[in-house]
Write a protein that binds this ligand. Structure first.
Ligand SMILES: Nc1ncnc2c1ncn2[C@@H]1O[C@H](COP(=O)(O)OP(=O)(O)OP(=O)(O)O)[C@@H](O)[C@H]1O
Ligand SMILES: [Mg+2]
Length: 322
């Protein structure tokens, strides 16, 4: 299938030079694409380079190296043309004007990309209702709750008709319900309007619920990139949990410790031996070590993994191979 590529990034690099200190390789030669109608999530530990990447895409900061094509237009060569179709919301609450009302903020941001506010009145109305802000439409933004302000920020990025929306940590600091609402709204918007959303997050619920694809960064580099469901499947198929009655002996423990990626969880009445089947031989090794002392295996489970564990494993693996 030939998917519509709306963003192509090639060899993107950012070195920050801070006076008298060694330059920081915040983003180190990364390449990726984003497609129409998808939510692409960027994850990675603090300092991985996620925000820097987003800032370079929307030209807030200049890349040290690399190329960015937005809907086919080289952003180095034709900055304003390439940016016409991109809008961004950064982490924190500086994306909207405190003194303007909800409606005025939307009118202002719509007009920024050259739209006549009168003409897009219907659209503004649509987003006010879509984001559940009707009751507050004439309230100054500073009087809204944090979640409402965040919804308004995202609405301002949508209302200007851009096809590519960049969101830096869209659910940061929100309560469970507000975060859930935003996840739901993002999914709906992508489906209904065929936009592309590229977001950064530390919230694994955002990843599991909304991201079609995920790019994991660590120390400025991409360490994994795949569909969310593939990453989950990849790991859940390979993870097994042996539930053993009672305790295991110190000798068994010593032998288990020699097996890579094996975790032991000792509980009061049972012991869990969790293995990752990178090498099927491990399965036989575990049963051999257990049967040597007649340990009783109560159950062998194919362990369900959530994205958090997948993430920790990928980052761990990338540290080891670095
Ligand atoms: N303006 C700056 N000047 C110097 N170094 C910077 C600047 N902005 C970011 N950095 C450095 O670049 C690296 C990447 O930072 P970035 O903000 O992109 O990370 P991040 O992945 O968004 O992290 P977080 O999850 O904490 O938001 C870090 O080492 C950071 O200290
Ligand atoms: Mg960041």
């Amino acid at each position: 299938m030939n998917r519509d590529c709306v963003l192509k990034v090639i060899g993107l690099t950012k070195k920050y030079s801070v006076k008298k200190q060694q330059a920081v390789n915040a983003v180190n030669n990364i390449s990726f694409e984003a497609y129409k109608g998808e939510v692409l999530g960027f994850l990675g530990p603090n300092g991985a380079g996620k925000t820097t990447t987003i800032k370079m895409i929307c030209s807030l900061i200049k890349a040290t190296n690399g190329k960015i094509f937005i809907e086919g237009v080289d952003s180095n060569k034709s900055r304003s043309k390439s940016l016409r179709n991109i809008s961004a919301v950064f982490e924190g609450n500086r994306n909207i004007f405190w003194r303007l009302t909800v409606r005025e903020n939307l009118e202002f941001f719509a007009s920024l990309k050259g739209h006549n506010p009168k003409k897009i009145r219907d659209k503004i109305q649509y987003y006010i209702e879509f984001f559940d802000l009707k009751e507050k439409e004439n309230e100054a933004a500073r009087n809204l709750s944090r979640g409402m302000q965040q919804k308004l920020s995202i609405a301002t990025a949508m209302v200007n008709g851009c096809n590519i929306i960049l969101l830096d940590e869209p659910t940061l600091g929100l309560d469970v319900k507000a975060s859930y609402n935003i996840r739901k709204l993002l999914k709906e918007i992508v489906k209904e309007e065929n936009k592309t959303i590229i977001l950064t997050t530390h919230d694994m619920n955002v990843v599991q619920d909304t991201c079609d694809r995920v790019i994991i960064m660590n120390k400025g580099k991409i360490v994994a990139e795949d569909k969310t469901k593939n990453l989950l499947r990849l790991f859940s198929m390979k993870k097994y949990n042996f539930v053993v009655e009672g305790k295991i002996s110190p000798e068994q423990k010593k032998e288990f410790k020699m097996i890579p990626y094996l975790d032991i969880e000792e509980k009061e009445l049972e012991t869990e031996i969790i293995i990752t089947l990178e090498n099927p031989q491990i399965f036989y090794d575990v049963t051999r070590i257990l049967s040597k002392e007649d340990s009783i295996i109560k159950n062998i489970e194919n362990k369900e993994l959530n994205f958090e564990k997948v993430f920790v494993k990928i980052i761990g693996g990338s540290e080891e191979s670095a």
